[in-house]
Design a protein around this ligand. Structure first.
Ligand code: 2AM
Ligand code: CA
Length: 265
């Protein structure tokens, strides 16, 4: 398989999709809700996913596609090459803020992440990694993640998980939020993952993410020596929803063993 060529096409298409999204800012959005009133989708999410799918199907007809908006294939396994696409990660931010969202595109082979692209459309910043060849922000090579302790770490964590909720005992994550130097919440898993990659934050925790929220960011973070698991410390399968702990190596095991061991995640 010619990964150079796949990478070149993927980068070209993600930039083109970004240009289309930027030009949509002047037009009226068609906003609908999905599973609940806060789960938003717009015509731009759908049109962007369809743009990628048409390009991929024409150029790489043997590849499978897993897309958030459901225009791709019904994936049951990671046989062969699979493109995992979130056309807009952070749709609520896109609708309310016209910033703090990204396109997330991962290309996997037999379940292994080979290419990760995350495009911060508004800042024209493309985070990209090819397995075994380093990770970059535009032309700049990113450096490996450094060891950090919890009390010098900024941890991205949504307030949902430290207040009463129907998914977990909300008391479980309070000690981590208390001991960290600071907590943040950006509302886009893809951006939170590249913030881990660039050292702007040191860990990202979420209780429920889909494969398309994490697929591209996982390639980028792992390329820098970071670790991606669920909150039980297991690898993700990129088929099912799961929890997520993403951080540099030392901090990852500290959080897992000192703060998460009692949870039923
Ligand atoms: P989205 O904007 O593409 O839906 C917000 O905290 C982060 O969680 C975003 O990356 C968002 O992706 C994702 N997210 C929101 N609702 C989700 C759900 N029901 N399942 C999985 N991920 C979700
Ligand atoms: Ca999305």
């Amino acid at each position: 398989m010619n990964w150079e060529s796949i990478d070149e096409y993927a980068k070209k298409w993600i930039k083109e999709a970004g240009t289309m999204i930027r030009s949509s800012f002047d037009k009226t959005l068609n906003i609908q809700t999905k599973s609940d009133p806060n789960d938003l989708v717009t015509n731009i999410d759908q049109e962007t996913e369809q743009f990628f799918i048409e390009k991929i199907r024409n150029t790489f007809p043997g590849h499978q596609i897993l897309g958030e908006e459901g225009f791709g294939d019904k994936l049951t396994s990671h046989e062969g090459i699979v493109w995992i696409i979130d056309p807009i990660d952070g749709t609520m931010n896109f609708v309310h803020q016209q910033r703090n969202f990204a396109i997330s595109l991962g290309v996997y082979e037999q379940g292994i992440g080979m290419i990760g692209l995350i495009y911060d459309v508004v800042h024209d910043e493309l985070y990209h990694a090819k397995r075994g060849q380093g990770a970059f922000l535009n032309e700049k090579k990113l450096v490996n993640l450094k060891e950090k302790s919890v009390n010098e770490a900024i941890i991205a964590l949504n307030a949902t998980w430290v207040m009463e909720n129907h998914r977990i005992d909300h008391n479980l994550l309070i000690p981590l939020a208390r001991d960290a130097r600071g907590t943040r919440s950006y509302g886009s898993a893809a951006l939170e993952l590249v913030f881990v990659a660039t050292g702007r934050i040191d860990a990202y925790i979420s209780l429920r993410l889909a494969p398309w929220d994490v697929a591209a960011g996982a390639v980028i973070v792992e390329e820098l020596g970071g670790i991606i698991t669920n909150l039980r410390g297991e690898k993700l399968d990129f088929v099912n929803q799961d929890s997520l702990l993403a951080s540099g190596p030392g901090l990852h095991s500290t959080i897992l063993h000192d703060y998460l061991k009692d949870g039923k995640w």
